[in-house]
Design a protein around this ligand. Sequence first.
Ligand SMILES: [Mg+2]
Length: 328
Amino acid sequence: MKNVYMRNVFKSARLLLKDKFIGSMLGTFVGDALGMPVEGYSMEAIKDQFGEIREMLETRAGKGTYTDDTEMMIGTAESLIECRGFNGEHMAKCFLENYHENRGYGGGTKKALSLIRDGELWHKAGEKVVSGGSYGNGSAMRMAPIGILYFKDEENLRKVAHQASLITHAHTLGKDAAAIQAFAVAKAIQGNPNSALKKEAFIDALINFAETSELKTRLESIKLIMNHNVSREKIVSILGHSSVSFESVPASIYSFLKYPDSFEEAVVYAISLGGDTDTIGAMTGAISGAFLGIEEIPERWLNQLENTGKAKAYVNNLAEKLWEIGNY
Ligand SMILES: [Mg+2]
């Protein structure tokens, strides 16, 4: 047992759960902010220019700035709290109210939100973005609040994840990836951080939960390679690292499983894969933070998060409210 976990041993299960809720939401924020400056970089470019990303980088927008991932996670949580559960119209309204163009929204989400702003129904806009709906990762990235609130209720977790995805990402693959990301957070919440993660059981549960062959196949690949030493290049060629949901969700799950006992190593690794680094960082952070809890997120990262807009204290507070309404 790593002695960093010892402090958790003396914590009641209920308080540890609160730490895990906060860890998942601030884990999203931290991973998003850390990965943002190198979004779209190749693995080689990150390695050549930075070695690895272990500190928040200075950017035009400032250090520790969050992007659409965190902004939409905030809207998801606000709506779940205010409605005491899922309400699609209200969640879409929260997304619109929080929307800032400069947070780096994807094209599909922009289009869906502008359709809703112009009067389209919340459950129709996502289908009109592109034929068949989008399967980008823009819905999976914001799933932490759904994974934590419904962590004991697999059926409702799936239902709510699908519906919440539908607002912007209506494709079956987009919805499945979002539900899998939420379920990975839920499984991580259930895990006991005072002992080693049962990796086989974790990935098996996800494989069983997946509904599409694209996601199932990649999760099965993770199971085959997760206990072997596989190069980053190979990981990217097997799983992918783009903003396509069925690439970046598995890449995030793999990153967590590679370093289940270290938030820092998992997120640093996730970002080192290149590609959609803010979202892979955010989703890895959501899962790792849900397993390890807020105390395992490096303080130097938390201290560098931007302090404007709906920032750290606000996100912390949303996680506490979800913990309260979940009545755990
Ligand atoms: Mg982003």
